[in-house]
Write a protein that binds this ligand. Sequence first.
Ligand SMILES: [Zn+2]
Length: 183
Amino acid sequence: MMGSRRLIVPAGVWEHDLPVAQPCTVCGEPGQLAYTTNEHDELTAPFCSLRHWAKAADDRVEITGEMKPISPYTQEAAFQDHQWNAICKRWPERGAKGISQTKNAEGHDVLLYRDERGRLLAALSRTQEGRLNVMVDPDHRGKGIGRALVRAAGRQWPIDLSVQTMTPAGIRLVNHINPRKPS
Ligand SMILES: [Zn+2]
């Protein structure tokens, strides 16, 4: 039986109420919540909280390689508003709420982040070499949306830091997801 569900912003995941409490996958306390990327995905393990789901998800992220130093030409705001508008034009104006996966014209994997109205707020693309490019709507930066997308990418693919072009924001993000990695 499917209980009620809601989109958790900015994590980009759906939180489902389970009919009965079961031990949380992380702490073993009674948990009555399940989390899925897409609204209608099959429910998986029970959790007591979003925090513990995130912990379990982050523990599964495989991060390898060493970060390259930031080039002096790397800008904190790596792209401009008009470039975000160009990204938006590539994708349907409305779509599945939360994080959905697709491919772009170059054949790269893409994760799209949409809000509770289905509006596109961020996109992550991944090249065949594993280079990630995260773009967040300039009006919605600093909310953790980019982090949610990188987390979602990490659940799907290993992340090799040595092939990434890091920005200061990117480094903060990686350190947050995997604080055990030296920066
Ligand atoms: Zn727990």
